[in-house]
Ligand binder design. Structure first.
Ligand code: KIV
Ligand code: ZN
Length: 515
């Protein structure tokens, strides 16, 4: 089996998803989990974006011991210097350089001709090599670049000292056959290609990122780049978990595998969803809640006779144990702790105490507590980071012939309480109006989704919202057996992110320019 290296860019390209802005603590938490997943290469950010970004990358680099750590840079001395600073403490650092090569980018964005592109990239790689023994070069918009010129670019990168050459489908334009052929040509015609690793990086604008990535792998690339849950710019990046599972399940066809710990996939997916506030669609391949659900009678019959009739991957493979009654009202602390270990959570004493008391509150509201409930509880209550606003109390009055009214009491970070009441065209609207009045923060509700964590009328509801304030947007998630409470929590979490981001941005110097 050929080993395929996995390059995760959840913390860089993934963070470019609209509404997503991770704190340093959240980036560190994700990076630690990515290591458990067995990711080979972790891209922690775009160092030149701001001094705060450099600090985040440095914080991540101090925790990453078992993976190569990268930061992106344009082919500018100042960007490379920022990466030198950001990766100072990394055990296995790698500079990731990018320069666009396609005619559209050359003419309209860079105003450079082919010779200038070659010269700029080569001198940046040489400069980078003074500080880093590993340099990856990405030819942005490679899939829309003339193939002859792409061969020249690849040769230049090899000669200048890059150890990985990445050819992205930056705008998700390629088709699998075309994209596969591009790599076939590069492999067969660039002198010295055997000295480096070839990499692919796809976007999902036409829904072909996974197919294009697999086509690249079938045509000899050594590394693929992607994000957890496929988050990222516009329609997102390649879903890392989809490619890993496709290689695992169809190793007969691809003859290639990653060395990921697949049983960490589900947990990583949930963590990224929780910290970015981006919900995973129910029908999403591999990690969606319905990915292993069998609804129709014929399918259920087949499953009962032999699971392989309709199941090509088991939930256990990705660490998603199926819904089981795990605990109830009378379960003790010891049983709770054992269950957490079983589900893969490692909590310190203080976290365990908090989680156990939350579990007891939930057990009073919900009779049967399933694995999913425990995960939702833990994901919510262990969330780190500043909490400028916390929901203290909520009261709603609803009747189908009266205007819904809500009263909320919110605690500020300094312990002060603010209280307000408002009416709305529905209960959730009334709650959101009351929160806006109490906090004085006006934000537009851009997206609101709700789904039930498990089945049954007493199931917990999980709400995801996206709030917008001018240019800034932020997402939030809330879980409760009551959907009004879950809605309020999600709204406040998104507000907290907006507030924390504004605080961070006030502290930042310089402009944010991100690829
Ligand atoms: O999409 C892209 O081309 C990128 C590069 C920086 C690798 O994200
Ligand atoms: Zn990208």
């Amino acid at each position: 089996m050929r080993k395929i290296y996995v390059f995760d860019t959840t913390l860089r390209d993934g963070e470019q998803s609209p509404g997503v802005s991770l704190t340093t603590e959240e980036k560190v938490e994700i990076a630690i989990q990515l290591q458990k997943l067995g990711i080979d290469r972790i891209e922690a950010g775009f160092a030149a974006a701001s001094p705060g970004e450099i600090e985040s990358i440095r914080a991540v680099s101090r925790q990453v011991k078992n993976a190569t750590l990268l930061s992106l840079a344009r082919c500018h001395v100042k960007d490379i210097d920022a990466v030198v600073e950001a990766l100072r403490d990394a055990e296995d650092p790698c500079l990731h350089l990018v320069l666009a090569t396609s005619p559209i980018h050359r003419e309209h964005k860079l105003h450079m001709d082919k010779a200038k592109i070659l010269e700029t990239a080569a001198s940046a790689i040489r400069y980078g090599r003074k500080f880093f023994s590993k340099v990856e070069f990405s030819a942005e918009d490679a899939s829309r670049t003339e193939i002859d010129f792409l061969c020249e670019v690849t040769k230049m990168a090899i000669d200048a000292g890059a150890c990985v050459v990445n050819l992205p489908d930056t705008v998700g334009f390629a088709t699998p056959e075309q994209f596969g052929n591009m790599f076939k040509m590069i492999k067969s015609s660039v002198p010295g290609i055997e000295k480096i690793q070839l990499s692919t990086h796809c976007h999902d604008d036409l829904g072909m990122a996974t197919a294009n990535t697999l086509a690249a792998i079938a045509n000899g690339v050594d590394q693929f780049e992607g994000t957890i849950n496929g988050i990222g710019e516009r329609a997102g990046n390649t879903c890392l978990e989809e490619v890993a599972l496709a290689l695992e399940t169809r190793s007969d066809y691809y003859g290639a595998k990653t060395s990921l710990n697949l049983s960490e996939i589900y947990r990583t997916s949930r963590m990224v969803s929780k910290l970015t506030g981006m919900s995973v669609p129910g029908n999403k391949a591999i990690v969606g809640v319905n990915a292993f659900a069998h609804e129709s009678g014929i399918h259920q019959d087949g499953m009962l006779k032999n699971r392989s009739t309709y199941e090509i991957i088991t939930p256990e493979t990705i660490g998603a144990s199926s819904s089981k009654l795990v605990l109830g009202k009378h379960s003790g602390r010891h049983a709770f702790k054992e269950k957490l270990i079983d589900l893969g959570y490692e909590l310190n004493e203080e976290q365990l105490n908090i989680a156990f008391s939350k579990f007891k509150v939930l057990a009073d509201r919900k009779k049967n507590i399933l694995s999913e409930d425990i995960r939702a509880l833990l994901d919510e209550n262990m969330a780190e980071g500043p909490k400028p606003l916390t929901l203290d109390n909520i009261q709603v009055s609803y009747g189908n012939k009266t205007m819904p009214t809500a009263a909320v009491r919110i605690m500020k970070e300094n312990g002060d309480m603010v209280e307000e009441a408002a009416v709305g065209n529905g209960s959730v609207d009334a709650v959101y109006q009351a929160i806006a009045k109490a906090t004085g923060i006006i934000a537009e509700l851009e997206d609101y989704t709700i789904h039930s964590v498990t089945h049954g009328t007493d199931a917990q509801g999980e709400v995801h919202v996206v709030l917008r304030q001018g240019e800034a947007s932020a997402s939030g998630r809330g879980v409760s057996t009551d959907i009004i409470e879950a809605s309020a929590k999600a709204y406040l979490e998104a507000m907290n992110r907006l507030i924390s981001r504004q605080d961070r941005e006030k502290r930042r110097e310089g402009n944010i320019v991100i690829y």
